[in-house]
Design a protein around this ligand. Sequence first.
Ligand SMILES: O=C(CO)[C@@H](O)[C@H](O)COP(=O)(O)O
Length: 224
Amino acid sequence: MSQHLVAPSLLAADFTQLAAEMALVNRSQADWLHFDVMDGRFVPNISFGFPIMEAVQKLCQKPLDVHLMILEPEKYISAFRDAGAAVITVHYEACVHLHRTIQEIKASGAKAGVALNPHTPIELLDDILEDVDLILLMSVNPGFGGQKFIYRTIPKIRRLKDRLIERNLSPLIEIDGGVGLQNAEELLKAGANVLVAGNSVFGAKDPEATIAQLKAIGEEVYKF
Ligand SMILES: O=C(CO)[C@@H](O)[C@H](O)COP(=O)(O)O
């Protein structure tokens, strides 16, 4: 038995204080740092890319969990791996050749994840479940931090978990968007293994304590 993972999302950090924010993450019980890349095409926002990732890589001792909210992610797999990504997640909706892209991520040496938008049914992953290390369920529409959690994600997690059990598979289930102390227990009970938390961590009075509380919640345990 092991524990679920907590991944604070860099998107909600104070970039004028990047070194201090990364020192906080290093001191904390956070398992990963979630790194959201947005291209203004797949999602209606632009976030950050390689220069910031290089800076973060120098400052952050936690594995970088890179979430590519971009079209044609296959063009950038090796560059993100070279920049220090430990996990690379691409969107089902953004990949014409998802199987090929997942294989390319694995060949790069990174763990491979696939993400689903809130409206995309998990059944569409049936033929890729065996190939991925992680499935990221978006619990808000991707593109912005600080949005309201979409509650229908909870039964979706359960459905995915049941399907994985049926198939005797164990990729991690990561939940991203509107996650915090108010819903973490329910998410873990439904089957989540990784909690991405942006504003609920970096916007908290005591981010380090909030990460510790997110870690302390839940009985289900998991190690990557
Ligand atoms: O991918 C995204 C948004 O598209 C997330 O990773 C957000 O960064 C999560 O932020 P909060 O909803 O936790 O504030």
